[in-house]
Design a protein around this ligand. Sequence first.
Ligand code: AQP
Length: 340
Amino acid sequence: MDNPNTAAAPERRARILSGIQPSGTPTLGNYIGAMRNWKLLSDDFDCLYMIADLHSITVRQEPAKLREQSKNLLALLLAIGLDPQKNILFFQSHVHQHAELAWLLNCYTYMGEMSRMTQFKDKSAKHADNINCGLFTYPVLMAGDILLYQANLVPVGKDQTQHLEICRDIATRFNGIYGNVFTVPEGYYPKLGANIMSLQDPLHKMSKSDADDCFISMLDEPDAVRRKIRRAVTDSDGEIRYNPETKPGVSNLLTILCALTGEAMEDAVARLSGKGYGELKAEVTEAAVSTLAPIQQDFKRYLADKAFLEETWRQGAERASRIAERTLSKAMKKIGFIPR
Ligand code: AQP
């Protein structure tokens, strides 16, 4: 008979960590590029989804709004169908190990590496009055987020590849000095990925902290969706074709439409050829409204259930902390700190 004490432990499924900042209400860009994939991933992987509130303060946040946006975001994660038993859903600030590991890793990261980060350059141009040290070193916090959980895979959009690379570099450097402490993560490129651009400035990505008419928020009412899409920037040649370079506005609307309906781009372009931008916009509006309506309904239900929300974030923090603490104490011991 097998001795249960010597039987091999069942192998754990590959672990995934991903996050989103509560720096506004998530946009259709966040949904298409990240959130809608999270539910699919949870069928095949052990997933941790983090509300990255520590990251969000690299840009000044109004306290009451930050609290509201954070709770809304948790309710939205539940509303898109993430099961809090199956996945670990948590607020980053509830797991103190994130800030601690970030400090340690800062001491294994070079100024030159951080100055090459394009997102730092973009964000410091956007917030020239508040170029704080957190904005400069947040890729290190992000590296710590991933490494704390020994994540094997990190879903990455095009805008995030540089951050994954730096995380891998830091982990490899640390492991090179102290032995195998961190799992070096790989990028995971979801099949349903798309970069959604601003409705008013389609050469830049849609961001939740931009002016309201630049994005569709996941909580926008149908009238707001209709109005924003009607005003979306297009061009003057009047032809529906997909070419992000010469026709960024129209191509962005086509991308949103295909991402939401699942129609192939060439089919959508063939079907809409000869029609006007008004018809394209009406279809995009219809697709967005019908995608968001059931999510918004569930969102309201979850947001009203305060006890369930609190229980979800409390349990999420406990489960995440247990994993995080194992990694943090191992790293601290290797560095030479005296265990408490
Ligand atoms: N426009 C987009 N198209 C596709 N994917 C996007 N993501 C963000 N914008 C788009 C993906 O959403 C995830 C969570 O992003 P985040 O909130 O952590 O930070 P972000 O990328 O800086 O998102 P925002 O909306 O632009 O926030 P702010 O305005 O605060 O800077 C990521 O996986 C991201 O790739």
